[in-house]
Design a protein around this ligand. Structure first.
Ligand code: XMP
Length: 515
């Protein structure tokens, strides 16, 4: 008999670290879910968490519009751990007092533990922590005691051990609190009695089972992009429903060199997927003719993709579901910094409202997972590292890397240059260090000399960046000899290019793509 999955609930009060808390919990092999702080108590009861973590947040608990959770959270009979704002809210809700500190505490601090506690188990009496708050706990609620203090923060950690309520005014989830992981682990294992049995293999088994139950004998349509997320969805669904999965992969004419053949072959031969590869390059390029505005390029490619996808999906018998590789960060409802909770749901993957247009129900088997967990799932499913660690590639492809009009000739030039960049980044061993590496075809020609002749040809920019999530990025300090080899090869091997430049701008203020 399998045990019921244990869940720790993270209630989000608008913290910038909400997702980080959930990831830290999952790293300890305990499943974590983030919900807005306003989640009704009935929903929380239904989830039946083994513990609740109240996140930090930018508000003051005594402010009129301060976000609050249902007070019954403290009546569930399960452990509660408040972090920063969460600890202050726990204090106020249970009858204590919070006030504005004389000095805002931000940055490194050292706390001193005043005695033993399950959450500080195996940790030293002096602990380096990361503080980020303007308010402080002034008076403890009844039944609470102080566990730790700093020179300026008299109640840095508090507890009502009998009721299993704990609160810290620092942030154990960030790397600047070096032993924070152990502290969270102590809460999970010593206080919540977590079993620590949340593992990717069992998550895959559960997902496969629930997909089978939901889909029954109907069919599922999936748009493949060649990227990590849709590929993992495909392999997972293949395991669950086999030939009831119909994949569509569209060549939009602005893919990387040989990408279409490579991807279709890989999917059909290595993964035994049912893939309908649609070669629609000409149709896309004729629709893109004359367009130079980047957003118009994106819209055109999006529109034509939806048209083609609709045409093809209609041919699939009994199709009831559209599968998508939506990830957890895309679906988390977060709380606005001020003025109460607001639902912010990104719909990045929901291409052009496809499910509505097709009259299909959405199937999103990765919607509980973070990107690194999707990669772990891919490896667990036996997918090769080369696919699981692929760089992101934008939907509008090379169209946003060809500045100016996209023509078949210019696509060819860029594909050749880009292919050399890829080869050299792989062979120099830098592929995994960089976030993305690619060439950009500039809308200028410059003078060069080849042999005895003057040339007047295209310039290509190299864009190679390092990043954690694509939100910020810095240009890669690759060794000069790698850059030199890329430049020499492009100028010698790609017809029509006589100059290569290296983009040394960071994001912000620049962006990763040039358009
Ligand atoms: P920027 O250029 O905004 O890019 O710094 C950040 C990340 O997003 C990718 N990107 C896109 N992905 N459709 C996509 O699917 C798009 O229109 C698009 N524009 C940018 C970009 O490659 C980088 O990883």
């Amino acid at each position: 008999m399998s045990l019921k999955q244990q869940t720790v609930l993270v209630l989000d009060f608008g913290s910038q670290y909400g997702q980080l808390i959930a990831r830290r919990v999952r790293e300890q092999k305990v499943y974590a879910r983030i919900l807005p702080c306003t989640t009704p108590i009935e929903v929380i009861r239904e989830i039946n968490p083994i513990g609740v973590i109240l996140s930090g947040g930018p508000a003051s608990v005594y402010a009129e519009s301060a976000p609050k959770c249902a007070p019954e959270v403290f009546e569930l009979g399960v452990p509660v751990f408040g972090i920063c704002y969460g600890a202050q809210l726990m204090t106020e809700t249970l009858g204590g007092k919070v006030h504005a500190a004389k000095n805002r505490e931000f940055g490194h601090a050292s706390i001193t533990c005043l005695g033993k506690s399950p959450i500080f188990d195996s940790l030293p009496m002096e602990l380096d922590v990361w503080m980020s708050h303007g308010d402080q706990i002034e008076r403890l609620p009844q039944g609470f005691q102080t566990l730790a203090k700093t020179a300026t923060c008299p109640h840095a950690a508090i507890a009502n051990a009998a009721r299993k309520f704990y609160g810290v005014q620092f942030h154990p989830e960030v790397v600047h609190t070096p032993r924070g992981k152990e502290l969270l682990r102590n809460f999970l294992y010593n206080v919540c009695a977590a079993r620590g049995d949340w593992e990717m293999s069992s998550f895959i088994d559960d997902t496969v089972k629930s997909v089978r139950e939901r889909v029954g004998t109907d069919n599922v349509v999936l748009g493949l992009s060649g990227g990590v997320d849709s590929s993992v969805v495909a392999v997972l669904l293949n395991r669950a429903i086999g030939k009831q999965l119909y994949c569509i992969f569209v060549d939009n004419g602005v893919l990387r060199k040989d990408e279409f053949d490579r991807v279709v072959n890989n999917y059909t031969r290595s993964f035994d997927l049912q893939v309908n590869g649609i070669q629609a390059g000409k149709r896309f390029l004729s629709e893109l003719a004359g367009i130079t505005d980047p957003e118009k390029k994106r819209k055109t490619i999006g529109r034509v993709f939806v048209e083609i996808f609709q045409e093809e999906a209609k041919k699939i018998p009994n199709a009831k579901y559209l599968a998508q590789g939506t990830l957890y960060p895309d679906v988390i409802e977060s709380v606005a910094a001020h003025g109460g909770p607001t639902a912010v749901i990104k719909s990045h993957h929901n291409v052009g409202g496809l499910p509505e247009k097709l009259g299909l129900e959405l199937l999103e088997p990765l919607r509980e997972l973070f990107k690194d967990e999707v990669r772990a799932m891919g490896l667990e499913l036996g997918m090769p590292e080369t696919l699981v660690w692929r760089h992101p590639f934008p939907g509008p492809g090379l169209a946003v890397r060809i500045l100016g009009e996209v023509t078949a000739e210019r696509v060819k030039v860029l594909q050749e240059a880009d292919d050399i960049v890829m080869q050299e980044i792989h062979s120099s061993g830098h592929y995994r260090d960089v976030w993305q590496a690619f060439a950009v075809l500039l809308p200028i020609e410059s003078v060069g000399v080849m042999g005895d002749e003057r040339t007047y040809e295209n310039a290509v920019a190299l864009r190679i960046v390092e990043s954690q999530d694509g939100m910020t990025a810095d240009w890669s300090r690759l060794p000069y000899d790698v850059l030199a080899r890329i430049s020499n090869r492009i100028i010698n091997e790609v017809r029509g290019v006589n100059r290569v430049v290296y983009d040394i701008s960071s994001k912000p203020p620049s962006t990763i793509e040039w358009e």
